[in-house]
Design a protein around this ligand. Sequence first.
Ligand SMILES: C[S@@+](CC[C@H](N)C(=O)[O-])C[C@H]1O[C@@H](n2cnc3c(N)ncnc32)[C@H](O)[C@@H]1O
Length: 284
Amino acid sequence: MTTFTPISLNDLPAHSPWPARLLGLEPWKNVKRDNMKIDEEYVRGNYTRCLELYERARGAVSIEDLRAIEFGSDDPTVVVSHGDELALAKLSDAYEEYYRLIERSIAPHVEDGDTLVELGCGYGYNLALLKKRLATSLAFRGGEYARTAVALAGTLFKDDDIRVEQFDFYSLNYPVIEQASAPVVIFTAYAVEQIPDITNMFDVLSKNRSKIKAVIHVEPIYEFQATGLLGLLRRRYIEVCDYNRNLYTELHRRSDIKIDVCEQNIFGINGLHPASVISWHFVS
Ligand SMILES: C[S@@+](CC[C@H](N)C(=O)[O-])C[C@H]1O[C@@H](n2cnc3c(N)ncnc32)[C@H](O)[C@@H]1O
C-alpha cells in the first residue's frame, strides 16, 4: 500500500538541501538550461549509463532494471508534493503515483486508432507503461533529444511497435508529428519543463493542427506557484534550475487554443516541483 506521511514546510530542510540553497545558506550555482546542459545531464549522463548497462548485459535487462539504474535502486524516502502540501514517501511509491497521474490524464483522450506521441520521452518508459495499462489499440511514438535514449529505445523495442526518434523542441519541424497517422494525441511529462521558453513548440504544432486531436501536459507550471512561502520556494526553484516559465502564459495567450482541463499542482516526486495537468486542443 502506498503511504504518504504529511510533513510541515518547517520540516522541509531536514529532508531536502533545497531550502538552504534557495536562501543562499549553502553553495549553489544557477543553471543555464541550454542543449549543453541537456547533453551533460541526459545524453552523457543518465541515458549513457543505462545504454552501457544494456549493452554489457547483451540486452538481458528489463526496462524496469533500467529505471532502477536511472533513479537508484535503494528506494530512499523522498519529499513529494501532494497538492499544496508536502509528504514523505518511498521513491518507488512516488513514481507509482506519478505513473498513475500520467495514465489517468491521458486515458480520457485516447481511443482505438489514435497515435499517441510523447515529446521528450527519454527511452520510452512512459510509452511502454501506457501500452500495458491502456486497454485501447494505439500506435505509440516518441520524440527525444538524447541520442543515447533513442538508441536504447531502438534496441528495447525492436520487437515491439513503439518507435522513438530524434526530436528537438527547438526545431522548426517535428517529423515525429508530421509522419504520425491522424488523429494524433500528444503528451509531455516533465519534458516541456526542460525548455525555459516553449513558444517555438506552439508555432510548430500549429503547422500540424489539422491532425492533432489533443495535447496533454503533465508538467510543473511556474505561473501556478502562489505567493505563500511554499509557492515562493517553488518559483525560485524553477528559476535557479532554469526550468520552463511560460507554458501556461503561452497557452492562455494564443487565440487558436482552447484549454479543456486545468488541474493545478497535483503531484510531484519533488516537494518543490509539482506537476499540473493541462489538456488543450486547437480551434480554428
Ligand atoms: C525529466 S526527463 C522526462 C522524461 C520522460 N518524459 C519521463 O516522464 O520520464 C526530461 C526529458 O526531456 C528531454 N529533453 C531535454 N531537452 C530536450 C529538447 N530540446 N528536445 C527534446 N527532448 C528534450 C531529456 O533528454 C529527457 O529525456
